[in-house]
Design a protein around this ligand. Structure first.
Ligand code: SDX
Length: 382
């Protein structure tokens, strides 16, 4: 039967395609605005916590005090990795990329969950709780194991940000460091239909499962054009070396069309509001530590880029100042993107649960440009 005549249009990169409706994040790319459920990201960064933002994204409203405590209890009950998962983690090569490790471990969680194929909304939410609660311990334990140190057990009396630094360093973090990580998790929690969220949605739209969807998302976030940029920003700053080398580096990069990591965005054509907030953090930490060089190099790069390409809508994105912030907090560079994933588990799960409730298989087309009517050539004739 002939296909109904519908208008198809090519939109490589899906720049101009809306794939559905969502209540989770509002992004105004022209004016640099980000809201979660209508609440401005700056208000959330100043007043909220990561656990509260998880509730907001998953329930489309802020929690009552009791509801927040209940969510925290659910998460803390799942902090422990358990012997099976920890045993699997010990098998991961010490020199593995932490993002490959994280993708493998989240996928492994699916093999250890008897309800993995229970597709009820409650079951998918429970799996998201497990991944969100265990990701900090997975990252921290891997970081220690690859250095020959034993993992530090999570503490059920700590929030996610504090617990992560505790498990990473085997010492209680200062309030300022714990708050810096907590705010960073708030800032990275969701961002509309970015590449990794889209990957998660495509996966769940086939009626697959939460573990598979989050595994797809982690694999997608890893790329340097997406979440992998924060690690590359730090390596770029190390390559530049000092403030006096910034100008030449940026000019040579622009002249050779080499992209400056941490700049540009498919949606923002103004300053990413998250970068604005992270910049203030990087400054605070520089003032507290007395080490201003990275911050000054970063602001110098921003000044030059805004002068040279600001008119093209190229501004710092979330990854530019998160690099300096994480480095100043003592995070190993190759853990920057896993920390992004730790936070984005909240947004990925929110969109997966949203897609699950009003699902339609996501299956675009492509323009066939190959030949037609080609005869099969037997091997003897080739
Ligand atoms: C994240 O989608 C999201 O929401 C993602 C994210 C989230 O929260 O999930 O916000 C997180 O992924 C942030 C982006 C992190 N990536 C980087 O920092 C990598 C560097 N950035 C670029 O690769 C680029 O800006 C992208 C990939 C982010 C966006 O690229 P687009 O929309 O495909 O735009 P493009 O590559 O076609 O560039 C348009 C123009 C080009 O110049 P012309 O050929 O038109 O002359 O802008 C230039 C590009 O050369 N350009 C840059 C640049 N980014 C774009 N020039 C120098 N440095 C850059 N970083």
């Amino acid at each position: 039967m002939a296909e109904a005549a519908v208008t198809m249009h090519m939109d490589k990169g899906l720049d101009h395609t809306i794939i559905g409706e969502s209540t989770k994040s509002f992004i105004d790319g022209q004016n640099g605005v980000l809201e979660y459920l209508g609440i401005d990201i700056d208000d959330l960064a100043r007043n909220s916590t990561f656990e509260e933002v998880v509730f907001l994204l998953w329930n489309d409203r802020l929690p009552s005090a009791d509801e927040l405590e209940s969510l925290k209890s659910e998460l803390r009950a799942e902090y422990e990795l358990g012997s099976e998962l920890l045993g699997m983690l010990r098998l991961v090569p010490a020199d593995a990329s932490p993002m490959h490790m994280l993708r493998t471990m989240v996928s492994a969680m699916g093999t250890m969950d008897a309800d993995c194929d229970d597709q009820s909304l409650e079951s998918e939410r429970r799996k998201a709780i497990k991944v969100l609660a265990k990701t900090p311990a997975i990252i921290a334990a891997f970081s220690r194991l690859r250095k020959g140190e034993e993992p530090v057990a999570p503490r059920a009396d700590l929030d996610i940000a504090t617990n992560f630094l505790w498990m990473l360093n085997d010492e209680m973090p200062g309030a300022a460091s714990a708050r810096a990580i907590d705010v960073s998790l708030v800032l990275h929690a969701d961002h509309g239909i970015n590449a990794s969220t889209f990957a998660a949605m495509v996966t769940i739209a086939t009626q697959s499962d939460m573990y598979s969807a989050l595994t797809s998302a982690i694999g997608t976030l890893r790329g340097p054009l997406h979440g992998g940029a924060n690690e590359r920003v730090m390596r770029m700053l190390q390559e530049i070396g000092d403030i006096d080398s910034v100008d030449a580096f940026v000019q040579e990069s622009l002249a050779s069309k080499r992209k400056i990591m941490g700049f540009g965005h498919r949606v923002y054509k103004a300053l990413d509001p998250r970068a604005k907030y992270l910049r203030t953090f990087a400054k605070q930490i520089a003032d507290e530590t007395g080490n201003h060089e990275l911050y000054e190099m970063s602001t110098r790069i921003q000044d030059i880029m805004e002068r040279e390409v600001g008119s093209k809508g190229i501004y710092p994105n979330v990854d530019f100042y998160s690099a300096t912030t994480y480095y100043s907090l003592g995070l190993e560079i190759d853990l920057f993107t896993p920390v992004f994933a730790l936070s984005r588990n909240a947004g990925w799960a929110a969109h997966v649960l949203e897609q699950h409730q009003d699902n339609r298989l996501i299956r675009p087309r492509c323009q066939y440009t190959g030949p037609h009517g080609v005869a099969y050539t037997p091997m003897s004739d080739r």
